[in-house]
Design a binder for this molecule. Structure first.
Ligand code: PEP
Ligand code: MG
Length: 844
């Protein structure tokens, strides 16, 4: 016996990674049942479903030819067919060689059909389908194994013949440098290695990256007896979903083709018809398919996507896997299961994947027809919108006045872009990640935003997408859910209320263990958040009030020291009005105001044009602005004079905010409205800083009649130094809130604003399994928070702890925070639903 040892160097590569077979972080992909294609097949076999005989070679197994031979012996005895014997003709054993991975990666990995078929078999059987399949094998093998450009092979004629096969053999030999192997074993070994190695092909890598599949393993290989859907008019192939994947409706949904193989369907060689028509063509096979689909769905207890082949009217199931579905379909199917008594509400709720729930609140693209893709970036604030491009405040204003939707494009957004962002319907930027300014603001406003768009260059009054220039006023469509950008106007659908989601929310309401607050900075923000019923405002980034058109020039004047008296009074009064309005809207619900955080230069104009406008407004020279701006500018502003440092070195600013807050509280309370105010100090390094500012706040409070008003002072832990000293803060502060955006930036030492490219790269090679600014990096930032929580609870086991960074909207992170004893979360409005459901999931 010939024993062939296969080159296993590629396996070492896989084995040097984690021992874990796979790690998929998207819970939708973590099936409740056997995960891989092979395991699904084994389950089908046990269930008595007709599955063509197969065997599996696990990915980590060092392969010797004897393993394949043993498998082939098994297939031969099960099928009664003979392997590698030309005289057997059409009765020979032929196989498909496919990949099997724990997560479905449709079309990403290579596979080969008809393996084992040789010229001799086709000649002996001498039937058209054998010649066709032989030729197809040559083409596919040529392309995938020998890397021959597939265009070298002509189209296979409608009636394949021996002559044609000889023609293809010549082409194969010409480009491969050797004849097409006539030994079935050789074909099989090469096909096997090809499937294994396809794990590393670029599209598979991109898909894994996109789906958050950690790079730590390879694929198993399934070798399966071929059944031929292209044998005659009593044969065919198709794919069905056991329920409608768009709506969830209970119906067999899919398509099929008579006299075709699966790959003909995929490559468009044949145009399939709707599955219902199969009932007329092959009624017996149709009925079997219907019965088996029900049986399979019942068994897996989930909607299935089933691939089948009919050979001479006999139905075979080739594959089943959980069907991909829309969020609406997912909700509907789960509730149908509850109605059908298969699941109780708790089980249905546990199965509900929280990923993508935001879809339900935002307009989405109904069709991509007529749209041309221009680029892709990070979808940081969900929803789709079409509008005209604008690159500066003036054109945004101009188009908005014309009644148009505007997509504001910027290299990156600055704080003084807020006016444009507020007026625009969507935002795109060349740089920035999940927690950059534009992302945070747009999420709060519920406007679509795509950052880090590859190939995007924003110029004055024009925008370049990978060498194509668009002018302001040109229409584009953006999808902040997927991060895609198209040319032209898309057809959008705005979801109406989703009663099925409400059913889950009502259920979650009774089990929720976490109070969900909203990050909202203005009355407008609160009004858009209110329908999601948050407990109150957990983070009001007070600087965003200063960025409003009405406030900014006065605050800029104050920073520049122009009309200081007048500007500080105006600013204080404006702030007082802002807070009064918020207290009135909140009616006793919690308002947590974070005192000013960003470095002051962020409030000054960032372009010459904007400097000129301000200079004119304040009747000063541009040079004065430039001079002061340069004095304020810092080399490392995120580590500079911001947060508590600002409050200590320029105490007038915090005084002004505190007075506005107390005055507003006093006033509104007199109107008969309850006030519940939290004052929060950002970016604190040491307890001494906090004590200093807290004392000043208490001094100020003495000037007001605050009896009956519920107010207290807390601290944000955003700097590792503060986390390490958490027990001291627990003795001094009334509450502590983890600002996980900055804490992530400071702990990992990676910028939250302009390192999206690095993070993407790290994800693609498996250094990060997730973007640490989206899902908490448990082994670093998580450890620091855990340490802080433990030390705080030692001081007071009931100390009020919360999180208000973007991680507050992420189900995985919420689960983690809950495990540490954190019971309050604040997140942006459109993530409240997801956070509420996560808050209930942790208890079940
Ligand atoms: C944080 O750092 O987590 C936070 C909430 O503050 P900001 O995002 O405004 O810096
Ligand atoms: Mg912060």
């Amino acid at each position: 016996k010939l024993m062939v040892c296969i080159d296993i160097s590629f396996l070492n590569h896989f084995l040097s990674f984690s021992q874990e077979k796979f790690a998929c972080l998207d819970e939708t992909k973590l099936n409740i049942f056997p995960a891989s294609k092979a395991e699904h097949l084994k389950a089908l076999e046990k269930l008595g479903v007709p599955v063509p005989f197969f065997f599996v070679v696990p990915y980590a197994q060092l392969l010797f030819f004897k393993d394949l031979q043993e498998g082939l012996l098994k297939l031969q005895s099960e099928s009664g067919k003979v392997w590698n014997d030309k005289n057997s003709g059409e009765h020979g054993l032929f196989v498909s060689v496919r990949s099997s991975f724990s997560v479905s990666m449709p079309g990403m990995l290579d596979s080969l059909l008809n393996v084992g078929l040789t010229f001799g078999h086709a000649l002996e059987g001498n039937q058209e389908y054998l010649w066709r399949n032989y030729i197809k094998l040559m083409c596919n093998y040529g392309e995938l194994v020998e890397k021959i450009d597939k265009n070298r092979f002509p189209k296979i004629s409608e009636h394949a013949t021996q002559q044609e096969a000889l023609k293809f053999e010549k082409i194969f030999e010409q480009y491969a440098g050797h004849p097409f192997p006539q030994d079935s074993n050789e074909q099989l070994i090469k096909a096997f290695l090809m499937v294994k190695n396809s794990w590393e092909n670029p599209r598979a890598k991109i898909y894994r990256f996109h789906e958050n599949i950690v790079y730590s393993s390879g694929v198993d290989v399934i070798v399966q007896m071929m059944v031929f859907g292209n044998l005659d008019r009593l044969s065919g192939t198709g794919i069905v979903f056991t329920r409608n994947p768009s709506t969830g409706k209970k119906e067999l949904f899919g398509e099929y083709s008579i006299q075709a193989q699966g790959e003909d369907l995929v490559s468009g060689v044949t145009t399939p018809g709707p599955i219902a028509l199969l009932e007329n063509e092959l009624p017996h096979a149709y009925q079997t398919l219907k019965d088996l689909s029900e049986k399979i769905e019942d068994f897996f207890m989930d909607m299935q996507d089933i691939e089948f082949t009919i050979e001479k009217e006999k139905l075979w199931i080739l594959q089943t896997r959980p069907g991909k579905r829309t969020k609406i379909a997912e909700l509907n199917i789960l509730l149908q299961y509850v109605e059908e008594g298969r699941l109780n509400m708790k089980e249905a709720f546990q199965r509900l994947s929280l990923k993508g729930l935001e879809q339900l609140h935002h307009p989405y693209l109904e069709s991509l027809e007529g749209l041309e893709i221009l680029g892709k970036g990070l979808g940081v604030s969900p929803g789709a919108v079409s509008g005209v491009l604008a690159t500066c405040k003036e054109t945004v204003d101009f188009f908005v006045k014309e009644g148009k939707n505007v997509i504001f494009a910027a290299q990156e957004t600055h704080c003084d872009d807020i006016a444009s962002i507020l007026k625009a319907s969507g935002v795109i930027t060349s740089t920035g990640g999940m927690t950059c300014h534009g992302a945070v603001v747009t999420r709060g406003l519920g406007k679509p935003c795509v950052t880090s768009v590859q190939g995007l260059q924003v110029c004055q009054h024009s925008v370049i997408f990978s060498n194509r220039t668009f002018l302001e006023g040109d229409f584009i469509t953006i999808d902040g859910t997927t991060g895609e950008i198209w040319k032209g106007i898309g057809i959008l659908t705005t979801p109406t209320e989703c009663p099925n989601l409400k059913k889950f929310l009502d259920f979650a309401q009774h089990h929720n263990a976490i109070k969900i607050y909203v990050n909202a900075d203005t009355s407008q923000d609160w009004q858009s958040a209110a329908p999601f019923l948050p407990h109150g405002i957990g983070l009001c980034r007070s600087e965003h009030m200063f960025f409003q058109d009405t406030h900014l020039p006065w605050f800029q004047a104050w920073i520049l020291g122009i009309q200081k008296e007048k500007s500080s009074v105006i600013i204080r009064d404006l702030q007082e009005e802002d807070y009064k309005n918020l207290f009135r809207l909140l009616r006793g619900k919690r308002l947590t105001v974070r005192l000013l955080d960003p470095p002051l230069h962020e409030f000054l104009p960032s372009s010459l044009e904007a400097e000129k406008i301000l200079a004119q407004k304040l009747e000063i020279s541009v040079d004065v602005i430039k001079q002061i701006a340069s004095e304020l500018r810092e080399k490392n502003p995120m580590l500079g004079k911001r947060g508590a440092r600002l409050g200590l070195t320029r105490p007038e600013i915090y005084d002004l905010q505190i007075h506005a807050l107390f005055k507003a509280s006093e006033h509104v309370y007199k109107e008969g409205i309850s006030v519940n105010l939290g004052i929060m100090i950002p970016f604190v390094m040491t307890p001494e800083e906090f004590v200093f500012i807290k004392n000043r706040i208490f001094q100020s409070s003495l000037q007001y009649n605050l009896s009956g008003i519920d107010w207290n002072v807390g601290v944000m832990i955003e700097v590792p130094s503060a986390a390490i000293q958490a027990s001291f803060f627990a003795q001094e502060a009334d509450f502590i809130c983890f600002g996980t955006n900055d804490l992530t930036q400071m702990t990992l030492g990676i910028s939250r604003d302009d390192t999206a490219g690095v993070i993407k790269h790290y994800q693609s090679v498996g250094i990060f399994s997730q973007d640490p600014f989206q899902s908490i990096h448990q082994s670093s930032v998580g450890k620091i928070i855990s340490f802080a929580c433990e030390s705080i609870f030692k001081v007071n086991p009931n100390f009020p702890l919360s999180v208000c960074g973007e991680h507050g909207g992420d189900p995985e992170s919420i689960k983690f925070f809950y495990s540490l004893g954190i019971r309050e979360i604040s997140c942006s409005a459109y993530r409240i639903t997801q956070a509420k459901l996560s808050g209930a999931k942790v208890t079940l």
